[in-house]
Design a protein around this ligand. Structure first.
Ligand SMILES: *Cc1c(COP(=O)(O)O)cnc(C)c1O
Length: 372
């Protein structure tokens, strides 16, 4: 069985975790939390890192720290994971959906401005499957309309746009450290930013908005989104090997690209000239002339011991969002690219420790399923 994505924990993870247990520091108070925040934020070339318990709450906390709430609108791609949309919904702001572009599978920058209203406060581009969104154009639009940019970089540790690290391109970058992400802590997340005021606000809200003046007295509504020392210990060990972990994914992609490029009906993942794609997932499109659709390919590969994942299910088609709650996105309108990606896409095994023979096995299986 080749799993779709497994972590690689062969560095100092065990040593640092043992240190937490032996020293009795297992809560969010331990020093690994600040060490991990420093090391991961410097990996992103940002000044501040605020570790939180997962990537979803990193996005939520980012919007809260920017003061986004009831009556506001937040622009997101419809082709994303539910977390991006829910983060806005949690603040009582309304997510506003934009289609993707085929070139990068990310938010279509030419379709953003038509969705901006007087209530729009922020854009959340998602660096889908490790390929950065077209950030110059997004930042230009944001500046013109005085909007915040929050990067959903949950899938893009180490990715670069024109040589600049994902997470450092907007006002806040949000990461996930779930077990299948490029750098993992099991569950976990982080906000990174260069803005001291935003960093301080996020830290305050992460910890129930606890103030110094009087313990257990609160002036605003915070959250318990704290991160534990034990997880940070794993994160620090992972970040020590961040370049290696990123390169593992890129190496997977180099082999897949080589061995899949001649199979008819397979479209390889995007690679814009200005992007460093880190291939969180190695993702392909099963085109109509392949001979069977992506769902059938998934089933056939499973029979051969190869686990895969379908692409995201677009937000405008989510049963959840058809319910007409005032906070939910308006699901009307046309999103043909997102629907095509969702129908044709397949994420192939993408673990850090993937062996050449395993990639070969996946490629051979796809070849045998294709019409040639
Ligand atoms: C993984 C992911 C998240 C959420 O991260 P969790 O840690 O699972 O909460 C958010 N956005 C995208 C695009 C993701 O892939």
């Amino acid at each position: 069985m080749i799993p779709v994505c497994a972590p690689k924990l062969g560095g100092n993870e065990l040593k640092y975790v043992a240190d937490c247990v032996k020293s009795n520091w297992i809560s969010s108070m331990g020093t690994y939390v600040t060490q991990f925040e420093e090391s991961f934020s410097s990996f992103c070339n940002t000044r501040y890192g605020i570790a939180v318990c997962n990537g979803t709450v990193a996005l939520h906390l980012a919007l809260e720290a920017l003061g986004i709430g009831r009556g506001d609108e937040v622009i997101i791609p419809t082709f994303t994971m539910i977390a991006t949309a829910n983060a806005a919904v949690y603040t009582r702001a309304k997510p506003v959906l934009v289609d993707s572009e085929m070139k990068t599978w990310n938010i279509d920058v030419d379709k953003i401005e038509e969705k901006i209203t007087g209530r729009t406060k922020a854009i959340i581009p998602v660096h889908t499957y490790g390929h950065p969104a077209d950030m110059d154009k997004i930042k230009e639009i944001a500046e013109k309309h005085r909007l915040f940019v929050v990067e959903d970089a949950a899938e893009a540790h180490g990715a670069e746009y024109k040589g600049i690290r994902a997470g450092s391109l907007g006002d806040i970058g949000c990461f996930s450290f779930y077990a299948n992400k490029i750098i993992t802590t099991g569950e976990g997340g982080m906000l990174v930013t260069n803005n001291e005021e935003i960093a301080e606000k996020a830290k305050l809200l992460r910890n129930q908005a606890l103030i110094k003046k009087r313990r257990f007295m609160h002036e605003e509504m915070g959250f318990n989104y704290r991160f534990t020392n034990v997880q940070a210990a794993i994160g620090l060990a992972q970040t020590e090997r961040a370049d290696e972990l990123v390169q593992d994914r890129i190496n997977n992609a180099i082999r897949y690209n080589e061995w899949l490029k001649d199979i008819k009906g397979i479209t390889l993942p995007p690679q814009a000239e200005w992007a460093k794609n880190v291939y969180w997932m190695y993702s392909i499109l099963i085109e109509d002339d392949f001979g069977m659709d992506a769902a059938e390919v998934q089933e056939e590969l499973m029979k051969r011991g190869i686990e895969t994942r379908p692409f995201f299910y677009p937000m405008h088609l989510q049963p959840l969002f058809q319910a007409g709650d005032e906070r939910f996105p308006d699901c009307s309108g046309e999103y043909p690219v997102a629907e095509e990606l969702s129908r044709k896409g397949l994420n192939l095994p993408s673990s850090n420790g993937l062996k050449d023979e395993e990639i070969r096995q996946v490629a051979d299986a796809l070849k045998s399923l294709s019409k040639k």
